[in-house]
Design a protein around this ligand. Structure first.
Ligand SMILES: Cc1ncc(COP(=O)(O)O)c(C=O)c1O
Length: 311
């Protein structure tokens, strides 16, 4: 991660080192924030944000689920994001919008606290590494189950909910693996710490559906579209843990990790132990879409207008 110059906070661009909050910020104590993870790529059409409108929609949906009214419109958030990228002179970057309950009355009741908004951008390599994208990573099923709908709202991307992913990630990292796989509360395969998961067996691609308490990944949706456009059958269904051990191929999708194959799960090689042909085919079209090399998926990109030259 490398530092940028400016962060957008409540309508103003402030210096990176001055982007601070009060220690009584409600979200700091109780996790009352919602956020997004988005990427912009350097494409032949200029800097372009991948599926920006879908990410902004999910931010608003997450806020709504937590009874937070964002004090900006979708278009204002979009424009602020463009401005933040341009003013930081970044051609490609990770984008982190965060809507959070600020400093106000303490206690669990949040609705009298202000709603603050910030958008930060920075240059960030793929979360599981370029080498991970090429050769696959080693995954391990975590002993921490994925948060479930009877306790929180797995469909929301809320800050407090991420202590679940943090516990799983640290557990498998300390055990020597690169990514955690979380089972849902029924013991069915759910997703990674920050990615959705796809299992391929005999040419058919399966991925857990919403009843498995997944986060509805935007890259998950993109991978499903690409796979179907390539002619593959994709089914959303429950996946048992043992299916991971017998799969021909497994891959994960997420904004931070992009499309990363798994080469091992719980010390068992996935298929041949190398990313398979179907994963490669989807990954190739997916990379083309991200980097603006695809005509077919060109409308997935929100091009950031370069500032007009000074007159
Ligand atoms: C828990 C979790 N699941 C799945 C995903 C994948 O979502 P997306 O593809 O929209 O980045 C993410 C990343 O945002 C995540 O944090």
């Amino acid at each position: 991660m490398s530092q940028a110059d400016l962060i957008w906070m409540n309508g103003e661009l402030v210096a990176w080192e001055d982007a601070k909050v009060h220690v009584l910020t409600h979200a700091l104590h109780y996790g009352t924030g919602v956020f997004e993870g988005i990427r912009a790529y350097d494409t032949p059409r200029g800097t372009a944000i991948f599926r920006h409108a879908d990410h902004i929609d999910r931010l608003f949906h997450s806020a709504r689920m937590y009874l937070m009214e964002i004090p900006y419109t979708r278009e204002e958030i979009r424009a602020a994001t463009h401005e933040t990228i341009v003013r930081n002179n970044l051609k490609s970057c990770y984008i982190r919008p965060l809507v959070y309950r600020g400093a106000g009355p303490m206690g669990l009741y949040p609705l009298d606290c202000p709603i603050d908004v910030m958008i930060a951008v920075w240059e960030w390599a793929p979360y599981l590494g370029e080498e991970g994208k090429r050769s696959g990573v080693r995954g391990k099923v975590s002993s921490f189950r994925r948060i479930s709908s009877d306790a929180v709202i797995p469909a929301a991307k809320a800050t407090g909910q991420y202590v679940n992913s943090v516990l799983a990630k640290v557990e498998v990292d300390k055990a020597g693996y690169e990514e955690a796989i979380l089972l849902d509360d029924r013991g069915m395969v759910c997703e990674g710490s920050g990615e959705n998961l796809f299992v391929i067996k005999d040419g058919v691609i399966a991925t857990p559906g919403f009843s498995a308490d997944i986060l509805g990944g935007i890259n998950r949706a993109s991978a499903i579209t690409i796979a179907r456009d390539l002619g593959y059958e994709v089914v959303e269904r429950d996946i048992a843990r043992g299916e991971l051990y017998l799969a021909d191929e497994i891959f994960m999708t997420g904004t931070a990790a992009e499309l990363t194959p798994l080469r091992e799960v719980d010390d068992r090689p996935v298929g041949t132990g190398e990313p398979g042909a179907i994963t490669r085919a989807i990954q190739s079209d997916f990379e083309d879409a991200l980097h603006g090399r695809s005509e077919r998926y060109a409308d997935w990109l929100d091009v950031v207008a370069a500032p007009a030259p000074a007159t």
